[in-house]
Design a protein around this ligand. Structure first.
Ligand SMILES: O=c1[nH]c(=O)c2ncn([C@@H]3O[C@H](COP(=O)(O)OP(=O)(O)OP(=O)(O)O)[C@@H](O)[C@H]3O)c2[nH]1
Ligand SMILES: [Mg+2]
Length: 197
């Protein structure tokens, strides 16, 4: 079975990727499978592309193997695109999903339904030693609901209602999320690029 290294410490992303790669019989390994010898990667970029590149390049340099990195987040139109690249640490450095989503809900208090539009964005960076990085982007449009609903997924999934659905991303099964998500849409771009290479 082939292996693919994904430069992430986020269990929710790893679960999504395991589902997305299942049809290829590819075994996903991640930063969570390594010991603690690699220092935490500082995401100092202003864009998803910059942060995805930082994560991918750091691990390619450390391990000298091909690496996929994912930088992603939620853009809320009524908040001028925030939390955006700061999605993981919107309510503070300790990466608290519940605090983050409540911060978004508080900031949207009183904002009517039709103005609560938002999208998830995912930028994938595929890096090989001594080769230019490939970037592919996927989005998923939707709206922010008023109260968290659902137990699946991670991050802002309980407050994000995908366009055309009457439930939140966290009320969808993992398979259903993987049919419509920003991560899956970025994966399709990457698959098409790899096929035509
Ligand atoms: O509800 C959600 N469903 C998703 O599918 C999703 N994808 C991203 N996000 C949010 O955006 C941050 C990424 O930030 P991020 O790319 O820096 O990742 P991270 O710091 O969590 O892990 P790592 O990959 O950097 O190790 C995450 O923490 C989440 O808050 C999501 N929220
Ligand atoms: Mg991160």
């Amino acid at each position: 079975m082939n292996k693919l290294f994904i430069a992430t410490k986020n269990n929710g992303k790893i679960k999504d990727f395991k589902g997305l790669f299942a049809k290829y019989d590819i075994n996903i390994i991640s930063l969570l499978d390594l010991d603690d010898s690699l220092p935490d990667i500082e995401e100092t970029g202003d864009t998803f592309e910059e942060n995805a590149a930082i994560k991918a390049e750091t691990i390619v340099k450390a391990l000298n193997i091909p690496v996929l990195a994912d930088d992603s987040g939620l853009e809320v139109d009524a908040l001028n695109g925030q939390p955006g690249v700061y999605s993981a640490r919107y309510a503070g450095v300790e990466k608290d999903d519940t605090a983050n989503l409540h911060k978004v809900l508080n900031e949207l208090e009183g904002v009517p339904k039709e103005e609560r539009t938002a999208r998830f964005v995912c930028v994938l960076a595929l890096a090989h030693p001594n080769e230019p990085i490939i970037f592919k982007k996927g989005t998923c449009e939707g709206t922010i609901v008023e109260n968290p609903m659902g137990e699946n997924g991670f991050g802002y999934d309980p407050i994000f209602c995908p366009k055309g659905y009457n439930k939140t991303m966290a009320q969808l099964s993992s398979q259903e999320k993987n049919e419509i998500s920003h991560r899956r849409n970025a994966m399709i771009q990457l698959e098409n690029w790899l096929k035509n290479k």
